[in-house]
Design a protein around this ligand. Structure first.
Ligand code: PEP
Ligand code: MG
Length: 754
């Protein structure tokens, strides 16, 4: 196809815009459109197929095929050459179409005389909406420019169709394409709470308003300007003394700059602008192509690259819109929607206006989930397709417990959610009422209730919940939310703030528990076959003792004249514990030699997460001051069940004879050695589970702050003698789960489980 004159893509796009803007019916405009494309491309046939319900592709308009076939010819996905284009999401360019194995002859269309076929997908936001084809009688291969031109037209068409600019999108009868209809999603509830608000797309799929450029030369200048600005911004990041990038984080940004400098990418963008698109539409068009190509790649490394490229395209769009890379202001009651999000990105938004978060990629142990939970923001993850369906400004309702999400809900659904929210508020009020009451059972047994924390922003929860202290402070959080490794003085300052915020309540600092699913953004990690069983936590610390030494030094530096409690994660045997303890002792000695202020006392404990350690408890307790059961890991190892794999994560119930017998044994063995045992895994924060733990003799429970109220209410309605006898008997049973029996027991005895 010539690139100048009447047949040039630029002219074609201008005419296309005129057709879209004319006031005639949708069908008339589609008919004009196919006639225009056919004449412009010197093709005898041009047809538009759009997806309808059940994934069928229906002929919506044609120039050259039998007009009676319009709205009558339907191809199932994958059927015929048109189906092949939709399925592969790639152009199909053939000089001898009837002899292609996928050619499906449809007599009603009269397409048998046409030898050559070019079909391109109508794509938007990585989703195929239909297929645009041209055909010629003569056997010929369409050249690269013709393919490009048809793809550009298809992209414009996709935008117009999806925005309802041609006809009511509901006519397509394809729920996914109807952006104004209510939709419900079932995701995973990851952070509790009910939220109602307006959607803010965290990585907004830029709504490209103007697709066709009036003045391509000026547009090219604009694109070049934005590219220069973007490169300048990445360079500034590298040379910024404030960010002070070094080592791995510098490498990440340098790699990023290489992408920004990629000549092939820039060339594609410029070609698209020269073809008549606006700079914004060109970025979208190139990105759509990339997305489709990379979406089929399984390799996680390549998929990560796609994330980088997406990020780059978004940055470029922001430079084009003149926004630079500022963080966006949120409206009141914002609900963030994104494919994925980093913990620091979430923190950037702040707590004030944020009501909830909806992510396509997030699990219980994702860093963003942990941060959202600290911020008390309801979050649901694993919500497939939400990013393509949600639009900025949509109303969204989410339930962070059940994982339910309603987009653009009808009034009845809104009232249902409002009443759920009211019920929740009532529960919160009930729990607030028990805040100052002691956690003592009916038969007078006092239980220590502690909170789990990891960020400074968790600390006010100590006061709000009325807990006795911080039973687990996950120090790795501070390492994970930053761009670079915190230095010694930053660590000291941070731990000081934590102990000061705790006042005279104890804080148990767990040393870095990295590896497994907790990966530092700036670390270079080798991929492991079984990360949960791999190089993690104390194993890293013992192989790289400087990391642990500096952390211990910082903890000591932050705790003058106080009792410092240090907890070591993933200890597998006593020798490992002793090795760490010796290292800690050396740091204490160093402080003494340098005459620095010292902690009043240093208590060192071990996390019981690896089953092997259980058999060494008496020996361990000779050198460990306390033991804390990390039930999240302990259960995954005992049941050989990956805690991050949703297929198996709930397959075995900790409320079962083996798990309860195990805990009973730990408690007995610790009691014989007169050791102090507590529990800090998720089990501790669930009322029914906590009831069983207390029955087995656990007296200190550490949990998410929101659980303190419900657990305290359960404790205050419990008689430990009765429940102990009952659970003791249950340990002898062979049920898969004891949940029903325990629930029935609680109901019978009036034990509060909320
Ligand atoms: C645990 O394993 O139970 C635990 C508390 O540690 P984490 O969840 O941080 O692995
Ligand atoms: Mg653990």
């Amino acid at each position: 196809m010539p690139t100048t004159g009447a047949g040039s893509p630029r002219v074609l796009l201008r005419r296309l815009r005129e057709i879209m803007a004319d006031g005639s019916s949708a069908q008339t405009r589609l008919d004009k459109l196919v006639a225009l494309i056919a004449s412009n491309m010197v093709a005898e046939v041009c047809s538009i197929y759009l997806r309808r319900a059940g994934n069928a592709l229906e002929l919506f308009a044609t120039q050259g095929l039998n007009p009676d076939a319009v709205h009558n010819t339907r191809l199932r996905s994958g059927q015929g050459l048109v189906g092949l284009v939709a399925e592969s999401a790639e152009p199909v360019n053939l000089s001898d179409a009837p002899n292609h194995p996928r050619f499906a002859y449809r007599p009603e269309t009269g397409e048998d005389p046409y030898k050559s076929f070019l079909g391109v997908p109508i794509v938007r936001g990585g989703q195929v909406y239909g297929v645009l084809t041209v055909q010629n009688r003569a056997a010929r291969q369409y050249d690269e420019e013709e393919v490009e031109a048809l793809q550009t037209v298809a992209m414009v068409l996709a935008e117009v169709v999806a925005s309802g600019g041609l006809f009511d999108i509901a006519e397509l009868d394809e729920p996914e394409l109807r952006s104004d209809k209510p939709r419900m999603f079932a995701g995973d509830g990851l952070c509790e709470g009910v939220a109602i608000g307006v959607v803010v797309l965290h990585e907004p799929r830029v709504r490209v308003e103007a697709l066709i450029a009036d003045d391509p030369a000026a547009e090219l200048k604009r694109l070049n300007g934005a590219l220069d600005e973007m490169r300048g911004a990445v360079d500034a990041m590298l040379s910024s003394s404030e960010l002070d990038l070094s080592g791995e984080s510098r490498e990440v940004i340098e790699a990023y700059r290489l992408f920004a400098d990629d000549a092939g990418w820039q060339q594609k963008l410029r070609d698209a602008v020269r073809g008549g698109l606006t700079a914004e539409a060109a970025v979208e068009r190139v990105q759509d192509e990339l997305r489709l190509r990379l979406a089929r790649i399984e390799d996680p490394y390549m998929r990560e690259k796609l994330h980088d490229l997406e990020d780059l395209a978004r940055r470029l769009q922001r430079h084009l819109s003149g926004d630079g890379v500022k963080t966006r202001e949120l409206p009141e009651n914002a609900i963030l929607v994104a494919r994925s999000m980093g913990p620091s990105e979430l923190l950037d938004y702040g707590r004030d206006r944020l009501q909830g978060v909806i992510l396509e990629d997030a699990t219980m142990t994702s860093h963003v989930t942990i941060v959202a939970s600290s911020m008390g923001i309801p979050l649901i993850g694993n919500v497939q397709g939400v990013v393509d369906s949600a639009r900025s400004g949509d109303i969204a309702l989410l339930d962070g417990t059940s994982g339910e999400l309603h987009l653009r809900p009808v009034r009845d659904t809104i009232s249902l959610f409002e009443s759920r929210r009211a019920m929740r508020a009532q529960r919160v009020a009930e729990f607030a009422a028990v805040r100052d009451l002691p956690a003592v059972t009916k038969d007078g047994v006092r239980i220590n209730l502690m909170i789990n924390a990891g960020l400074l922003l968790d600390m006010p929860n100590l006061e709000i919940s009325g807990a006795d202290g911080v039973g687990l402070f996950r120090t790795e959080m501070q390492f994970m939310v930053g761009e670079t490794m915190p230095r010694l003085k930053d660590q000291i300052a941070f731990y000081k703030q934590i102990v000061e915020a705790a006042g005279d309540k104890p804080v148990v600092f767990r040393t870095l528990d990295l590896g497994g699913d907790k990966i530092l953004p700036y670390g270079r990690w080798e991929r492991e076959e079984n990360p949960a069983l791999g190089w993690r936590a104390i194993r890293i610390a013992l192989d790289r003792p400087a990391l642990l030494r500096y952390q211990v030094r910082a903890l000591i530096g932050a705790s003058p004249h106080r009792v410092l409690r240090i907890l070591l994660p993933m200890i597998s045997d006593v020798a490992e514990f002793n090795e760490c303890r010796a290292l800690i002792d050396r740091e204490i000695e160093r402080t003494r030699l340098l005459s620095l202020p010292q902690p009043r006392q240093v208590l060192v404990g071990a996390m019981l997460e690896v089953p092997a350690l259980m058999f060494m408890l008496p020996q361990l307790l000779r050198s460990a001051d306390f033991v804390s059961i990390g039930s999240n890991d302990l259960m995954q190892f005992i049941f050989a069940m990956d805690r991050t794999n949703p297929r198996v994560a709930k397959r075995y119930d900790p409320l079962s004879p083996p798990a309860l017998t195990l805990i009973r044994q730990i408690v007995h063995s610790a009691a014989e050695a007169q050791g102090d045992v507590s529990m800090c895994g998720e089990l501790a924060g669930r009322p029914l589970e906590a009831m069983a733990l207390i029955a087995l003799g656990i007296r200190t429970l550490s949990m998410q702050p929101v659980n303190i109220g419900p657990i305290k209410m359960m404790i205050r309605s419990l008689d430990t003698r009765e429940v102990s006898q009952f659970v003791e008997k249950l340990c002898g049973r062979t049920d898969h789960s004891l949940r029903t029996r325990l629930t029935a027991f609680a109901a019978e005895r009036g034990i509060t489980l909320k």
